[in-house]
Design a protein around this ligand. Structure first.
Ligand SMILES: O=C(O)CC1=CCC(=O)O1
Length: 94
């Protein structure tokens, strides 16, 4: 199942700089591992915002929830999930 996910990041200004740096490094490693596995095939920065649009390819809602709630930045994010269905005009369908 494919999901479109918007993540808006809101890191508190007063977060300890070492905690911030460690969290960002862990977020990058976590994300890149899932990208290499094909679970997170797209991630795009939204121009002018500390936000991204991502595509996830997962088995079901529960797998997506597990992945998103495991993001190191999860406590500092608002997340909007949109499930995607096949479009009947998609030329890939023939
Ligand atoms: O910077 C972001 O948009 C948040 C984020 C998600 C995965 C990642 O590496 O950073």
């Amino acid at each position: 199942m494919l999901f479109h996910v918007r993540m808006d990041v809101h890191i508190p200004q007063d977060l300890d700089p070492d905690v911030r740096a460690d969290t960002l490094a862990r977020e990058k490693a976590y994300s890149q591992e899932l990208q290499r596995a094909g679970t997170w095939p797209h991630i795009w920065r939204i121009v002018g915002e500390y936000s991204n649009y991502s595509i996830f390819d997962v088995a079901d809602n529960d797998e997506l929830h597990t992945i998103l709630s495991g993001l190191p930045l999860f406590p500092y994010m608002t997340i909007k999930v949109t499930p995607l269905a096949t479009h009947p005009s998609d030329i890939a369908l023939g």
